[in-house]
Write a protein that binds this ligand. Structure first.
Ligand SMILES: Nc1ncnc2c1ncn2[C@@H]1O[C@H](COP(=O)(O)OP(=O)(O)OP(=O)(O)O)[C@@H](O)[C@H]1O
Length: 344
């Protein structure tokens, strides 16, 4: 449905989008993740027609959008600061798009009622926007974005300002809602939890380019590069030389999954792959810190050689700072990263 071909946007000498290629299929939910300044908003603006391309093309349903103005592209946009019209009631806000498209009053009112049901605010049409909570306003903004039945819905940090528990709930509801409606979605977020929960496919951006694209599981299990791994919060990364079933690293000989290519590379050890036992059972380490993370405890270790290591432990069996432990590594949690300069 959407295709970007070598899309390029420059601000001065800097490319905010750097010959970016991206496709979004009909009914697909794609979430774009990336650090601040990586070009996420520019990408949405370019698709919406709010930002001119310096090179390349945006195609919607195969049609080049170069000469199509923003309001004729049939895409919906919902920004972080959802900017409802404060002087209109909820119904007036949701009806805005259909009214612009000259939809008659009867069908328009029916559509508003239907959408408010859908976003979990039945009967709220006559309420004043100022009387709504942040989460309710977000739902109204979503209903307003859906009202003109856009072929593509674009969300920029859609749940950005809400507290965590509300975000976690809404993200599940959104995914169900989009599934039910068959909406095609391109969303931007800096929150990886949100992206992984919402998306069919995650796209990680860096400096106007795509660093990795894949299902949430693929990206999580096999980050393509050191950049993506660190962006996802993985820090157990070291240089390694793979030979057969093992890798030689500063932490010692580590097992690697079958089929890992031989040669020098970078190795990521997921914290779940660092198993702790008595000091003589593996790589000797001192426990530096213990951080409660809800479902588990993150333990920071200083190994007798090599950089610091993080291990993930159960709530009841995490060692305390100052303890001496032995670390053993599990092959299934070891990933060889793209160690080239481009990957870094
Ligand atoms: N109108 C503009 N004029 C000049 N530079 C701009 C303009 N808009 C964006 N940029 C620059 O382009 C780059 C990409 O910006 P963009 O807003 O797309 O990033 P982002 O990934 O959405 O960041 P954030 O997560 O902080 O919103 C940044 O370096 C930014 O400073």
């Amino acid at each position: 449905m959407l295709r970007l071909e070598a899309a390029t946007v420059r601000f001065g000498a800097r490319a905010a989008l750097d010959a970016l290629d991206l496709e979004v299929a009909a009914h697909e939910i794609v979430c774009v993740l990336g650090p601040s300044g990586s070009g996420k908003s520019t990408l949405l603006r370019a698709v919406a027609g709010l930002q001119r391309l310096d090179a390349g093309r945006v195609l919607l349903d195969g049609a080049d959008q170069r000469t199509v103005p923003a309001h004729k592209r049939g895409v919906g946009l919902m920004f972080q600061d959802h900017q409802l019209f404060p002087q209109r009631d909820v119904g007036g806000n949701v009806a805005f798009g259909p009214r612009m498209h000259k939809v008659a009053r009867g069908p328009r009112d029916r559509r508003v009622a239907e959408l408010l049901d859908l976003v979990g605010l039945p009967g709220a049409a006559r309420r004043a926007v100022a009387t709504l909570s942040g989460g309710e306003q977000q739902r109204v903004a979503l209903a307003r974005a859906l009202a003109p039945e856009p072929r593509l819905l674009m969300l920029d940090e859609p749940l950005g300002q809400l507290d965590r528990s509300l975000r976690e709930r809404l993200v599940v509801e959104l995914r169900q809602l989009f599934g039910r409606l068959g909406t095609t979605v391109l969303a931007v977020t800096h929150d990886q939890g949100e992206a992984f929960a919402l998306a069919d496919r995650v796209v990680v951006m860096r400096d106007g380019r795509i660093a990795q694209s894949g299902t949430p599981l693929e990206v999580w299990l096999r980050p393509a590069s050191e950049f993506v791994a660190r962006f996802l919060g993985f820090d157990n990364i070291t240089a390694a030389t793979v030979d057969g079933g093992t890798a030689t690293t500063t932490w010692g000989e580590l097992p690697v999954p079958d089929g890992t290519p031989r040669g020098p590379g970078l190795l990521l050890v997921r914290p779940t792959g660092v198993r702790l036992g008595p000091p003589d059972s593996g790589l000797a380490c001192e426990v530096l810190a213990r951080t409660f993370r809800g479902g588990h405890v993150a333990v920071t270790l200083r190994p007798e050689r090599g950089p610091a290591l993080e291990a993930e432990c159960g709530l009841r069996d995490a060692p305390a700072p100052g303890d001496r432990v032995g670390a053993v590594f599990a092959a299934e949690d070891i990933v060889v990263l793209d160690g080239t300069a481009a990957g870094r």
